[in-house]
Design a protein around this ligand. Structure first.
Ligand code: HEC
Ligand code: HEC
Length: 478
């Protein structure tokens, strides 16, 4: 069964790749601030560390697709929260700019899920700045979800700075996920709740490629009814066109301000190369569950192997040094030892209290960076210990034992009602990162350096300043 799907995916990708090669044929030599001439079109957008590329089979972005149309009652479209230049999500910086230009009346600023509470005062610019503070600061939307029925735990206390959340509706502040590179998603949404897997609970066994379109269709329907506040379910043809559009987008950083063109001199960056990436559900699985039987290889990222030249670190050319830093960062991602402990979904499932791994133990899908099977894990982002005063805090009590956990977001447990699933989220696809700060499900990390600092302290790695900046250089080039 898996082989069949792998072949199917391969054929689909080969067709896409052939079209892309046509679209992107031609010289690609520019580097630095200017976009490369071969792609000086709507497919390339600027961001703080360079230029982002989105590839499509036709070579252009079809803005006539209903993805860009307002389909509900509040003026929003998918494009309100999934923007090309921000890696098909939003960045907090761009949302602040939108607020400034519209005095907080752009459709993204809607009470339903844009504000800290649906009852917030939005009657003046001043009031709107307070009501939309979380969107402006962290680029997060308020996902309202009721406590799950028949859960193993109950909600025993709520500390919501905005005075709204209750068991009827928890306020969960979450970042939009990129609506690109979706053919490699193994779980749809942070908690996998839109993953269409008829015989399996969400995020247990992952999705196979035949199911991704069904998952995305369900997701799009819910987004139109929820985020866009449509009164009725949209036509199937509209949903089909949206899914067709978003599932043929491939996005990656293409030019780095310091390192130049990321697909030069053996570099494998950029979206055209990404679109040809080999993938099947379970590829390079850390727990050796790859259906093809290939063993796990920690070298999940192989984009900048050719730049791995120790002499370049001493070069007079700043571009050579920048490339060397990216290559060192990639090595760190693959090999820097991390003692993984206390991660629900990993240490408990394997029965191994300390897993000697690396970043690629969890981000294992080759050159894509998500989990190649749906692997919901709790790395601690929603822990009470990391709670900041702007986030609600929920106290959950387990019926059977009286145990208590405090969390800012129960994650997967909101779907399954399972105590063991509290705080579990998927590891997202790691391409196009530079365009879409902040990071993690609740936008807790303002920068990629903050992401690296989180891992350094969470797993007690003891990274040097140079290791940190190398890793950031690599992540920025994805
Ligand atoms: C108001 C903002 C908003 C609008 C409008 C919106 N989304 Fe989203 N989108 C989000 C948020 C927030 C999430 C993550 C929610 C979660 O995981 O709990 C998300 C997640 C997704 C995902 C999941 C990606 C993944 O890797 O799991 C897809 C696909 C997506 N949206 C597509 C769409 C489409 C298509 C539309 C239009 C029909 C749309 N969105 C409209 C905010 C929005
Ligand atoms: C134990 C598994 C695990 C390990 C090890 C791990 N990650 Fe993650 N990573 C995750 C999960 C799960 C998330 C999402 C967590 C959340 O938002 O709650 C994540 C999120 C991220 C994000 C944010 C992506 C986004 O779109 O917001 C980045 C960047 C990242 N990881 C990089 C790294 C790097 C670099 C390392 C090594 C230093 C690493 N990860 C090690 C599981 C892991």
């Amino acid at each position: 069964m898996f082989h069949h799907h792998a072949i199917h995916a391969g054929a689909r990708l080969a067709a896409v790749a052939a079209l892309l090669l046509l679209a992107f044929a031609g010289p690609a030599s520019a580097h630095g601030d200017r976009p490369p001439p071969a792609a000086a079109d709507s497919a390339v957008t600027a961001n703080p560390s360079g230029w982002l590329q989105t590839s499509t089979p036709s070579g252009r972005i079809d803005t006539g697709n209903p993805f860009f149309a307002s389909l509900g009652s509040n003026g929003r479209s998918c494009d309100s929260c999934h923007r090309q230049a921000e890696g098909w999500t939003i960045s907090a910086a761009e949302v602040r700019e939108r607020f400034r230009q519209s005095n907080g009346t752009d459709p993204i600023f809607a009470l339903v899920d844009g504000a800290v509470s649906p009852l917030a005062d939005v009657s003046s610019v001043y009031a709107r700045r307070i009501a939309y503070a979380m969107l402006l600061k962290r680029g997060v939307l308020r996902i309202g979800m009721p406590m799950p029925a028949h859960a193993e735990f109950k909600l025993t206390a709520v500390d919501d700075p905005y005075g709204y959340a209750s068991a009827r509706e928890l306020s969960l502040f979450r970042r939009p996920l990129p609506a690109t590179n979706l053919i490699w998603d193994t779980a749809v949404m942070w908690d996998g709740r839109e993953t269409f897997a008829p015989f399996k609970p969400p995020m247990d066994a992952g999705i196979d490629i035949g199911d991704i379109d069904a998952s995305l269709a369900s997701q799009a329907r819910d987004a139109i009814l929820g985020h866009e506040q449509a009164g009725k379910v949209p036509d199937a043809s509209v949903i089909d066109r949206i899914v067709e559009f978003e599932s043929h987008l491939f996005t990656a950083q293409m030019v780095d301000r310091q390192a130049g063109q990321l697909n030069e001199d053996g570099g494998m960056g950029g979206a055209s190369i990404l679109a040809q990436q080999r993938f099947w559900v379970g590829i390079n699985d850390t727990l050796d569950n790859d259906p093809t039987g290939e063993p796990f290889d920690p070298r999940a990222m192989r984009l900048f192997d050719s730049w791995n030249d120790p002499r370049a670190s001493l070069s007079r050319d700043p571009r050579d040094r920048a490339r060397a830093a990216i290559a060192r960062g990639e090595q760190l991602f693959n090999h820097m030892p991390i003692d993984i402990s206390g991660v629900a979904g990993l240490n408990d499932v394997t029965g191994v209290p300390v897993i000697h791994g690396s970043c690629s133990s969890c981000h294992n899908a080759p050159n894509i960076g998500n989990h190649s099977v749906a692997l919901p894990v709790n790395i601690g982002i929603a822990d009470a210990s990391r709670r900041t005063p702007d986030l609600p805090l929920y106290t959950l009590t387990r019926y059977s034992t009286g145990e208590v956990v405090r969390t800012t977001d129960p994650g997967l447990a909101m779907l399954t009602g399972k105590w063991a699933d509290i705080g579990k989220f998927k590891g997202p696809i790691l391409r196009g990162l530079a365009a879409r700060a902040p990071y993690f499900h609740n936008g807790a990390a303002a920068t990629l350096m903050d992401v690296v600092d989180f891992y350094d302290s969470r797993f007690d790695i003891g990274m040097s300043a140079r290791q940190k900046s190398d890793l950031v250089a690599f992540l920025s080039a994805l």
